[in-house]
Write a protein that binds this ligand. Structure first.
Ligand SMILES: C[S@@+](CC[C@H](N)C(=O)[O-])C[C@H]1O[C@@H](n2cnc3c(N)ncnc32)[C@H](O)[C@@H]1O
Length: 229
């Protein structure tokens, strides 16, 4: 497990990175990539949408082009402070300080869930994805952007020491284990030679979907105490 796949380490990291995040971020995750991914989520103007690991609000700003009912959640007070400065605390975006692995929302309470650039910090991504499945309405979609696994052995060693980097096979396994269906992956890249992003879109099953429940029973649902927001 990489050094930043630890919630306290990630909070400390973002205490400092938040100061330059909006200037550094576009080199690997820019507005064109975000907007291309947003089109895939197919958000309706009346949708209630959750942005997990919203950070300074880069993707939140894109989500607002589609719906004015956005909820942003992040575990870093420093990142969220910058988001408050952009959007206010209670206007079109409702902010929540919290953990992706223990979402403070009721079952089936969102029409869509978005998360970009955050999964790589979660110590238990499958627990978080199970939470996504719990709070998104059955039949509806979630989209997660994370770092694609590098090709070269040297970068693989470096990547593994820092955080979660994963390929399509691992993404497929994580989303299937969390109980999602209709799972698709796309690779995105800002410029040749820069790190690639892997974007996964999946649908929460309805009663008519056949899901392999034996896999989920082995994993177990995360120990969460859902609350209404
Ligand atoms: C690279 S930033 C991404 C920000 C934004 N989504 C974007 O697209 O630019 C990653 C964010 O994930 C947040 N994060 C990391 N671990 C988290 C967790 N367990 N729960 C909630 N947020 C988390 C960090 O605090 C940080 O703000």
């Amino acid at each position: 497990m990489g050094i930043l796949e630890d919630k306290a380490n990630a909070r400390l990291f973002y205490k400092y990175l938040s100061q330059v995040y909006d200037r550094v971020n576009p080199f690997i995750w820019n507005a064109e990539m975000r907007d291309e991914a947003l089109r895939e989520l197919d958000i309706d103007s009346t949708d209630r949408v959750l942005d997990v690991g919203c950070g300074t609000g880069f993707a939140t700003k894109g989500l607002l082009q589609y719906s004015k009912n956005i909820h942003g959640l992040d575990q870093s007070a420093h990142q969220m402070k910058r988001a408050f400065n952009k959007f206010g605390r209670t206007d079109d975006v409702k902010f929540h300080r919290g953990d992706a692995e223990r979402l403070p929302f009721a079952d089936d309470s969102f029409d869509a869930i978005w998360s970009s650039g955050s999964i790589e910090y979660w110590p238990n991504p499958i627990a978080a994805l199970c939470e996504f499945r719990r709070v998104v309405k059955p039949g509806n979609r979630v989209l997660v952007v994370g770092p694609d696994y590098p090709d070269s052995w040297l970068f693989q060693q470096l990547a593994d020491a820092i955080m979660l980097f994963y390929d399509e096979a691992e993404a497929q396994e994580m989303f299937e284990t969390a109980g999602f269906v209709d799972i698709e992956h796309h690779i995105q890249q800002a410029h040749p030679g820069t790190p690639r992003a892997i974007t996964t879109i999946a649908r929460a099953p309805t009663a008519s979907d056949t899901v392999d429940t034996s896999v989920q029973q082995q994993v177990g649902d995360p120990a969460v105490a859902p609350t209404n927001d």
